[in-house]
Design a protein around this ligand. Sequence first.
Ligand SMILES: O=P(O)(O)OC[C@H]1O[C@H](O[C@H]2O[C@H](CO)[C@@H](O)[C@H](O)[C@H]2O)[C@H](O)[C@@H](O)[C@@H]1O
Ligand SMILES: O=c1ccn([C@@H]2O[C@H](COP(=O)(O)OP(=O)(O)O)[C@@H](O)[C@H]2O)c(=O)[nH]1
Length: 490
Amino acid sequence: MNLVVVSNRVARARANEPLTGGLAAALLPVVEKSGAIWVGSSGRVRDGLHKDSFAEVQALGAGALALLDLPAAHYGGYYEGFANSALWPALHSRSDLIHVSRDDYQSYREVNAFMARALMRFRKPDTAFWIQDYHFLSLGAELRDLGVRHPIGFFLHTPWPTRAIIGAVPHHRDLVEAMLAYDLIGFQTDDDCENFLGYLQSELGLKIEDGVVTSRHGKSRCAVFPIGIDVEKFALQAAKASSHPDVSRLRRSLHGEQLAIGVDRLDYSKGLVNRINAFDRMLTSQPALKRTVTLLQIATPSRGTIEAYGNLQSELAKLVSDVNGRHGETDWMPIRYLNRGYSQTVLAGLYRTARVGVVTPLHDGMNLVAKEYVAAQNPADPGVLVLSKFAGAANELQTALLVNPHEIDGMARAIATAFSMPLTERRMRWEAMMRKLRAGTIQQWFADFSDALEDAQASNRTVVSESVAVESPKPWPLHLVGSRSGAGIH
Ligand SMILES: O=P(O)(O)OC[C@H]1O[C@H](O[C@H]2O[C@H](CO)[C@@H](O)[C@H](O)[C@H]2O)[C@H](O)[C@@H](O)[C@@H]1O
Ligand SMILES: O=c1ccn([C@@H]2O[C@H](COP(=O)(O)OP(=O)(O)O)[C@@H](O)[C@H]2O)c(=O)[nH]1
């Protein structure tokens, strides 16, 4: 199978650069190994809607990375507008934050249609397309409209909420109907999959049998594929990274204090305000912990041009300074707060230095940081994961200290418990989590989805020969094609 993977965000090709978000981080190692072509946004926009606006096609391990300039007229309405100000808040059960302009949906559909046209050049008789995430809910339908009969799979990296919440998204019916052009629709958790199937039954009146729905497009299989990480690579990286200058400087600066770590995009779904409030509450209710513990919170800026994100950044900066101002002393600050990104090599070392990993999103598709924190621990002296029960990762990491991120007192107690947990209990909990991580690696996820896509398509539709194609594909060249002059956007 000649696999073409499509996502809005793709990994930067340079090693040791911070990666933005779990989708790019997760796909990079498996795309590199598999020989797939990974198509996504170049981070630049261009005027006009030409299907040939590939800024660059470059080698990526055994495969290739194809970067596409997106149409300038529609980019804002697509990415900041419909994708991140309508779909993202709804998918994270924050319909109160939905803000869309009149043309955003149109722009979203235009970019999906534009991507479909651009993908035609990668089509070969044995091609399968694997579309990633909420940016491209209607891409499969656009490909079908262009005559594509190849297998097309879709994986949603975020949660899928209840019918009432998704019903707050403008054009939700059109979008979900368009999704049924996919042969396989993958979710992170059983709850997400059940919510989606519930919507199909109750809102669209469709029949479902064993996770397979029949619509005017044919059959679509809905199934669960929890995403994982490269466990052994992360563990090795963490062991090596302890000598990295950033990591050894951190260790030296601790003066015997125990470290808790949080690593998140600066996003309202990550529960950062509640987490800082919980740390504050812990220090207020257990003042003996002062000077003995510190929280290192890395909050990487994300989607900064969207108002809700800008507001959160200001709120957090104020909150952290308030907590530090009240509890801090001349030579000790409770919270070290950083608005920047780190490479995964450095992150691995930081995770290993921390006795406690605090991962407390209000809602999260998976949360790979939770898995990375566990994989990075020293087996002889592992740290403790405090994990929100609303992260997809909680389904697997049940021996973490599971918390409700809306209960500030409960979180404060859990963090304090984590700091004082005896070694035997830490090891027992950590070993159980490692068994789960090893059973569901990113390599396994990639293989499971690819196999299921082949199976789903074989039983759903007959592959139509290339002669039916509306345009003949051009070969994809492994060299620079076209200019890189578009305006930067990420
Ligand atoms: O591309 P951005 O707008 O900068 O956002 C970064 C990514 O955020 C989301 O990541 C999700 O994927 C992770 C891996 O499956 C998962 O662990 C996490 O829970 C999700 O939030 C988003 O879904 C991606 O499309 C973005 O690239
Ligand atoms: O400074 C940073 C912060 C995060 N990450 C990576 O970004 C991903 C975040 O994924 P997660 O699923 O936790 O959340 P998302 O940001 O995708 O919602 C993880 O692989 C992190 O290692 C990184 O490389 N550098």
